[in-house]
Design a protein around this ligand. Structure first.
Ligand SMILES: Nc1nc2c(ncn2[C@@H]2O[C@H](COP(=O)(O)OP(=O)(O)OP(=O)(O)O)[C@@H](O)[C@H]2O)c(=O)[nH]1
Ligand SMILES: [Mg+2]
Length: 389
């Protein structure tokens, strides 16, 4: 995520912060480079313009040139403007309505609607203790409803029983009715995708919206499509009305143009981002944390959150005690390695640490990777308990 932009900006800032004093020419030069970096990251032109204008205004207003650490001051201003562009505060899914709260998922074919529906359901269950019912309104693609049922079993969330021959609107009504009768908190409506925006799709979405009155309408868009995702959001918003956006495949998007332009262009918040195919690979979109990540400060908060979820605190405390007593054996090492894998592997952890972005190439060149961790574990696991001790 954002690797290329992050690389470029850290290069620009390195140059700035290394100097004692900055001239106006230095700031202008840096702004030119920032502008180029943003454009190369596929950020919309309007956004780039507004971004650099804001940074320039504040840099002048704040008297950067006279300040004690001018370079850092510029970094701070860029950080602030970045956060504003991304939407300032994180906007989680809003469930403040009379249950069952309906959430409707819309988007083009293959954007990740069904996967994201199941990811959200899992998250609502595990983190918010919500009883969720998922319903697939996709009667176009064969086995689409079955796909959601399979994911439902996987994440242990109920899906609406499939009744062949019903229209999407009928299914949506049945889902709301079932949820009311059975006391569900949330109903997730997974709609069918199309290859492109067309009239029948929009009409169908509008009809489902009218009949089920969703509290949230989330557009699921593929981050890899860059500016197309932003245009898509605008189109959907005009016709159906959106309450938020989920950008999927952020794991494969090194540039980040869609994420950076979305809020500014559409005025709609990105609520969540998909960062992989697994059911846990869904992150909250926090402008502060994303800005930190882009500016190469790492994403310590995400690391801490991940660690808090994946690591057994009690086990970690015991391991630390044993280590302090000099009793660390191969079994302990094996447990530690297992936890590293749980948090997302070495790559996952490293990416979240401040400053590591700059060493990425060296790390890759050292041949230090997750395969090594797995191999080490396999070696230890093949030993007898005695050998491990
Ligand atoms: N790497 C990655 N893959 C994802 C992500 N989200 C979804 N996918 C994959 O994208 C593919 C399509 O996902 P679906 O959820 O079936 O997409 P859909 O929008 O429901 O597709 P239709 O129902 O056909 O319109 C699947 O193979 C998912 O595993 C993500 O955040 N990262
Ligand atoms: Mg689907």
């Amino acid at each position: 995520m954002f690797e290329s932009l992050s690389d470029k900006l850290s290069g620009i800032f390195d140059k700035l912060t290394r100097r004692g004093a900055l001239s106006e020419a230095d700031v202008n030069e840096a702004l030119r480079e920032i502008r180029r970096a943003l454009l190369e990251a596929d950020v919309a032109l309007d956004v780039v313009r507004s971004f650099t204008d804001k940074v320039r205004d504040r840099a002048v207003g704040a008297g950067v040139i006279k300040s004690v650490t001018p370079g850092q001051m510029v970094v701070k201003i860029v950080n602030d403007v970045l956060i504003e562009t991304l939407g300032q505060d994180a906007q989680p899914i809003d469930l403040a309505a009379t249950p069952p709260v309906a959430i409707m998922m819309v988007g083009l074919q293959g954007a990740g609607k069904t996967t994201t529906t199941a990811k959200i359901a899992k998250r609502l269950k595990e983190r918010h203790g919500k009883r969720t019912l998922m319903a697939s309104l996709d009667v176009k693609r064969p086995a689409a409803q079955e796909q959601l049922a399979v994911l439902g079993r996987q994440v242990e969330v109920d899906t609406l029983p499939i009744v062949p021959g019903q229209t999407p609107v009928q299914i949506a009504k049945r889902a709301m009715e079932a949820a009311r009768l059975q006391g569900y908190d949330v109903v997730l409506l997974d709609t069918a995708g199309r290859t492109h925006i067309d009239e029948p799709l929009m009409a169908e979405m509008a009809e489902i919206k009218t009949s089920s009155k969703p509290h949230e309408i989330l557009l699921v868009a593929d981050a890899l499509t860059g500016q197309d995702a932003v245009n898509l959001a605008q189109n959907f918003d005009e016709r159906v009305g959106l309450t938020g956006i989920v950008l999927t495949r952020m794991d494969g998007d090194g540039r980040g143009g869609a994420a950076l332009s979305m809020r500014y262009v559409t005025g709609k918040p990105i609520k969540l981002i998909g960062v992989g195919e697994k059911m846990d690979a869904l992150d909250e979109f926090s402008p502060t944390r994303i800005a930190n990540r882009i500016l190469g400060m790492g994403d310590i908060v995400a690391l801490v959150e991940k660690a808090a979820q994946a690591i057994d605190a009690e086990q970690a405390r015991k391991a630390a005690e044993r280590m302090a007593k000099g009793k660390f054996d191969l079994q302990d090492l094996c447990d530690q390695l297992a936890q590293v894998e749980k948090i997302g592997g070495l790559g996952g952890i490293m990416g979240l640490l401040p400053g590591v972005a700059k060493m990425k190439d060296q790390i890759a060149a050292s041949g230090f990777d997750d395969k090594m961790v797995r191999r080490q574990r396999a070696i230890i696991l093949s030993m007898t308990p005695k050998e491990r001790r």
